[in-house]
Design a protein around this ligand. Sequence first.
Ligand SMILES: CC(C)(COP(=O)(O)OP(=O)(O)OC[C@H]1O[C@@H](n2cnc3c(N)ncnc32)[C@H](O)[C@@H]1OP(=O)(O)O)[C@@H](O)C(=O)NCCC(=O)NCCS
Length: 429
Amino acid sequence: MSTEAQDGTLTVTDNRTGQTYEFAITDGTIRATELRNIRVSDDDFGLMTYDPAFMNTASCRSAITYLDGDNGVLRYRGYPIEQLAEKSTFLEVAWLLIHGELPTAAELTQFTKDIADRMSVDPSVEAAVKAYRKDAHPMGVLEAGFGQLSTLYPEAKEIESDPERMDALYNTIAKMPTIGGVAFRHNQGKDSVAPDPSLDYSTNILKMFFGADYEPDPRLVRALDILLILHADHEQNCSTSTVRSVGSSQVDPYSAVAAGIAALYGPLHGGANEAVLVMLREIGSKENVPEFVEKVKNREALLMGFGHRVYKNYDPRATIIKKACDDVFEVTGVNPLLEIAVELESVALNDEFFIQRKLYPNVDFYSGLIYEALGIPSEMFTVMFAIGRAPGWVAQWLEMINDKEQKISRPRQVYVGPDERDYVDVGSR
Ligand SMILES: CC(C)(COP(=O)(O)OP(=O)(O)OC[C@H]1O[C@@H](n2cnc3c(N)ncnc32)[C@H](O)[C@@H]1OP(=O)(O)O)[C@@H](O)C(=O)NCCC(=O)NCCS
């Protein structure tokens, strides 16, 4: 978090010219565009920073999520994730992320109703899903579903005006699980189950997945709600910065979210919990864990669910999720894969390779096990992540649209290709 003590100035001497420059430091940052004043000649473009993968570049000012990776701290709008996971609900957290404050009782009642009323989808969405092959990956279907929502709600192009944009943001949270449920049931050759506006959000999810007759144990519903809270936002991660970047073109929010879903699909991001399950199945039994860990150390495999770009101490979400995992297994009985996971964690946490590189279990290491215990197949894990992340995507989108400093997103490059050369006819090559 920035403090005034971090503010001041930076004096830089360009050893190419001997010139000295002074830059203001605000919130522990300097303005990258000011570096352009550093030039060796009048026609010089000016100095740039080179930062592949944005390892040290802040792209926005944000008041949504605070994350201190070294100390394992995560807060939404100032509230510690531990307190929200213990006391709040997913929809309350969604409101908090979008509106900045916890809702009053009346606001929460209205918001819960607004979301419940928006959960159903146009029949054309189910028709489109039915046109997919039975083995269509639900993340591809979800991504396309949001493209389709953009065609169904053309008024969402009014990105500067309420209520149009609030409709789109609430629709995103409400319809994400419904489209996910339609895709899930299509994979199983079943018709979809319509959402029931009288049910809470997480119960609705489980019923849309498993059938109207399914009566989930309240402890499972609560575990799911906690998982969704843990995934609700994570500041400028790959999919969120994708939503912001695509949204900066002023496309409607459904399309920006479709791009976020695509980013989340990747195995290094939301696909990791699915990859964890694949890995645990491949390991097969507790006895094979040391051999697998050796493979990881020899760079023949990655320990999926370990490591994080920003958490270099521990992932606070992993601690909460481990507890939720215990609660779920109390209801469902222990999953044999859990035994392998526990052994893997204990071997890795005591091994120099992982200690030196500060590799700890991340949120995905256990979330897949919970989903599996709930009866959700691994292809659906990333969809569950998308359902959880929807409030973060839309809150960050709204903040970006309201931020007068933001323009269309457009990084610079360092060109390293050939100098100008003449075209050669195909016959002469
Ligand atoms: C999350 C992740 C992409 C972060 O990557 P990153 O910040 O770029 O970290 P780096 O790749 O620079 O890793 C630093 C070192 O740890 C190693 N490392 C990182 N994650 C590792 C993992 N899961 N298994 C084995 N080694 C790992 C790297 O090889 C590197 O070693 P080196 O310095 O000897 O070359 C990465 O840790 C990863 O691929 N994890 C597995 C996928 C996963 O769980 N993703 C979910 C994230 S919530």
